[in-house]
Design a protein around this ligand. Structure first.
Ligand SMILES: Cc1cc2nc3c(=O)[nH]c(=O)nc-3n(C[C@H](O)[C@H](O)[C@H](O)COP(=O)(O)OP(=O)(O)OC[C@H]3O[C@@H](n4cnc5c(N)ncnc54)[C@H](O)[C@@H]3O)c2cc1C
Length: 196
């Protein structure tokens, strides 16, 4: 075979190889873009808290207030009979919340608390009871008044009553929801130290 033909064949082979590699990599990127299965690993869930110390006491208190409201309302809205995936989602959320909470020292304390009291996620009631309990643990450390967790179902409105009067915090009995959403009854997955 003449040397020129060799060179031409080699060039064609290189171009074909580059084109093939490009197709493979762009296909991979497309797959990645549509891949919604983000399953956080243990190192992601339990890694070091990300935020620095929060010096401003007013900001810390406002943040805490809002964060507890979010957490307790989330529990009040959690399904009565969650799927395995619902429970895993809530558990992951709590660990990520603890890791990313924007008050570093609060986050570090909360992570330690989660080691002692892992999130309870088998039912709405056990999740709500667990959240009340860990909030009380924080209250104790901060020398704040404790909350009576037997009243948690009356206090955080799930907003599922179906009328327009959705107060953020209910002072009366929670409204009975339509469909399968029933009022919160207190129970625990097991011991509070057991993971859900
Ligand atoms: C995860 C986390 C960790 C924190 N760690 C720290 C920390 O280390 N140091 C620090 O200075 N601050 C910390 N905070 C903030 C702190 O907990 C308070 O939010 C903040 O001091 C404001 O307190 P507060 O008196 O307004 O009531 P909050 O504790 O914010 O509570 C808000 C409202 O929730 C209700 N409530 C109280 N206890 C319970 C309960 N057990 N269950 C349900 N509802 C309840 C009451 O109506 C109360 O008024 C943390 C907050 C969070 C979310």
């Amino acid at each position: 075979m003449p040397p020129r033909r060799h060179v031409t064949l080699a060039l064609i082979a290189i171009v074909a190889f580059i084109a093939f590699s490009f197709l493979l990599s762009s296909g991979g990127q497309q797959r990645a873009a549509f891949d919604t299965s983000i399953v956080p690993s243990d190192s992601v869930l339990h890694g070091v808290a990300t935020a620095p110390k929060l010096e401003n006491a007013t900001v810390k208190a406002e943040l805490g207030n809002a964060a507890w409201k979010l957490l307790h309302t989330m529990m009040a809205k959690f399904p009565d009979q969650p799927t395995e995936e619902d429970s895993t989602s809530l558990k992951s959320f709590v660990y990520l919340f603890a890791r990313l909470y924007p008050c570093g020292e609060c986050a570090r304390h909360f992570q330690l608390l989660l080691e002692k009291y892992p999130p309870q996620v088998r039912t709405r009631s056990s999740a709500a009871t667990w959240a009340c309990h860990v909030h009380n643990e924080v209250n104790t450390r901060l020398e704040k008044e404790l909350f009576d967790c037997s009243k948690i179902g009356d206090f955080y409105d799930c907003g599922c009553g179906g009328d327009d009067d959705e107060k953020a915090v209910a002072t009366t009995k929670p409204k009975v929801g339509s469909g399968s959403f029933t009022p919160l009854k207190l129970e625990k997955d097991g011991g509070l130290t057991r993971g859900g």
